[in-house]
Ligand binder design. Structure first.
Ligand SMILES: NC(=O)c1ccc[n+]([C@@H]2O[C@H](COP(=O)([O-])OP(=O)(O)OC[C@H]3O[C@@H](n4cnc5c(N)ncnc54)[C@H](O)[C@@H]3O)[C@@H](O)[C@H]2O)c1
Length: 259
């Protein structure tokens, strides 16, 4: 059995983003573990999340911040070296951007994840890794007409984990590649890991815009009396999960792994 390290050391790639900052806040409030955030602050608004976390942890001396890119494998290796748990949320997150610049999307999402896996593989005691993948790995997700036809209320009834993978969009391909690499590193190298294939997450600290984070974008737009454009035929269906519930799910996984 894998020996558990005596002390936790939590590394969060993309820790200044929406999900990452909520998770960092949870770890800071609910444990004594030191938290290392690694983020290049490319997401507009992420600097606000970082300031919020710094205020929250003021005086505790448990928050370390590295402003760097996941494509930088030397910096990634340095960060991973002292981690016992890694939460990987750093990504190019917009399908639209992936269509305009698929190469960068691939280098960040697939290449960045590969850098983290390689760094973790080289460690004497491999750290636990939680990776957030996407429902885009399941291809077509259904619309309200299809839901009505089969008499179910949620897209989760149409798409389940046994459905064959069918990567959709450059973003779906880059995240799906990363997802499969994580699975394979678990299988081949015994890296303890969990992959979440999430639909839409919503909640505080999300700087949603038209390209990504539609729930926040709709709310901000409505509050400012801005017009909301609905693309496609308007029948698309997405399940929404509150970020607090995702954080709860992450903490269950992390407790299971550290038993
Ligand atoms: N929010 C959702 O609805 C949702 C749904 C499915 C999957 N996901 C996945 O969850 C993860 C987190 O999403 P989020 O909503 O918190 O996004 P986010 O944009 O708020 O957070 C991502 C963070 O990663 C950082 N980042 C981006 N590129 C980087 C790079 N090259 N190097 C270092 N840092 C970089 C950004 O600055 C940002 O702080 C992503 O992997 C995303 O694909 C999110």
């Amino acid at each position: 059995m894998r020996r558990q390290p005596a002390h936790r050391s939590v590394l969060i790639f993309g820790g200044a983003g929406f999900i990452g900052s909520n998770w960092a806040s949870y770890v800071l409030s609910n444990s004594d573990a030191p938290v290392h955030i690694y983020d290049n602050l490319s997401r507009p608004g992420s600097e606000h999340n970082l300031r919020w976390l710094q205020q929250q942890e003021a005086g505790m001396n448990r928050l370390r911040i590295t402003i760097a890119d996941v494509r930088d494998r030397v910096r990634v290796r340095q960060a991973v070296r002292s981690a016992t748990e890694i939460y990987h949320f750093a990504a190019q997150v917009a399908v639209t951007t992936s269509l305009e610049d698929p190469r960068t999307d691939f280098e960040v999402n697939a290449g960045g994840t590969f850098n983290i896996l390689e760094a973790a593989r080289g460690m004497h005691t491999p750290p636990f890794l939680l990776f957030t993948s996407t429902n885009k790995v399941y291809g077509h997700i259904g619309n309200s007409r299809e839901l009505r036809k089969v008499g179910v209320a949620s897209a989760a009834h149409l798409v389940n984990e046994s459905q064959p993978l069918d990567f959709y969009s450059p973003y779906g391909c880059s995240k799906g590649t990363a997802d499969q690499y994580v699975h394979d590193y678990a299988r081949i190298y015994g890296l303890p890991s969990v992959v979440f294939r999430m639909s839409c997450i919503a909640g505080p600290r999300q700087f949603g815009n038209e390209d990504q984070g539609w729930v926040a974008h709709f709310v901000y737009s409505a509050m400012q009396d801005n017009v909301i454009s609905i693309y496609g035929d308007g029948t698309q269906v997405r399940d929404v999960l509150a970020v607090g519930d995702l954080v709860g799910g992450s903490s269950v996984q992390c407790r299971r792994r550290s038993r």
